[in-house]
Write a protein that binds this ligand. Structure first.
Ligand code: DX5
Ligand code: ZN
Length: 215
């Protein structure tokens, strides 16, 4: 299975966002990873609908939207309208996760569920068959450029075993601290989507870095 690279727009230069979106359009990357933070679920605020719509207008690849917000069910139709192709909510933020997942899918989006570093993958056992993607957080969400948490490998392998039984097509995405040094080990553990913010956008040659991550 060829893996997917999703550069995280959080690490882009917001004063020149159009140029960075264009770079991703012209690269070997597959998706745009779009981080939405509300200052409540995580101790940071990123950006909202107007910025996301501007990205969508220019993007030639799907938007993989990661909601780090409380009560994400309030905004599902807004995110559809703003151009989300995959919509991922945190298990820790969604009381009625099954209903939320169905609402996302009913609007024609792919549904993802994200797990904080302390949340066991077993918490997904009764929703795994219903979802398209699991985002395994390999840092505590809220900021780009943090250090990868090593326990993630174990979580990803376990999750891939669970998925092989329940949902073989499941995307397993690893988000946070992905580098040119650890990406192979992450893929070997069973992930097939790599989010990379700092590694791509702080690199001398983002295009070349994406080629390497994709190799
Ligand atoms: C963290 C975000 C990540 C972040 C990844 O809360 O969910 O998507 O942008 O950035 P890096 O790759 O720099 O750790
Ligand atoms: Zn993210």
């Amino acid at each position: 299975m060829k893996h997917i690279i999703a550069p995280s727009i959080l690490s882009a230069n917001f004063a020149r966002l159009g140029e960075d979106v264009e770079m991703v359009n012209n690269s070997n990357a597959d998706w745009f990873h779009v981080d939405i933070m509300d200052g409540v679920f995580v101790p940071n605020i990123s950006f909202g609908f107007p910025v996301m719509k501007a990205i969508k207008k220019q993007a030639k690849k799907p938007l993989d939207v990661h909601l780090m917000i409380v009560q994400p069910e309030r905004f599902i139709d807004h995110f559809k309208e703003a151009g989300a192709d995959t919509l991922t909510v945190h298990i820790e933020a969604s009381t009625h996760l099954h209903r939320t997942v169905q609402a996302i899918k009913n609007l024609g989006m792919k549904a993802g569920v994200a797990l904080n570093p302390h949340t066991p993958v077993e918490a997904l056992s009764d929703i795994l068959a219903d979802i398209d993607l699991v985002c395994v957080m390999s840092v505590n969400p809220g900021f780009g450029g943090q250090k990868f948490i090593e326990n993630t490998y174990r979580k990803v392998s376990k999750l891939r075993e669970m998925a092989n039984l329940e949902n073989p097509a499941l995307h397993i995405e690893v988000d946070g601290g992905v580098t040119l040094q650890n990406y192979k080990q992450i893929l070997d553990a069973g992930a097939d989507v790599l989010v990379a913010g700092n590694t791509v956008f702080s690199s001398q040659s983002p295009l070349q870095t994406i080629i390497e991550l994709k190799s």
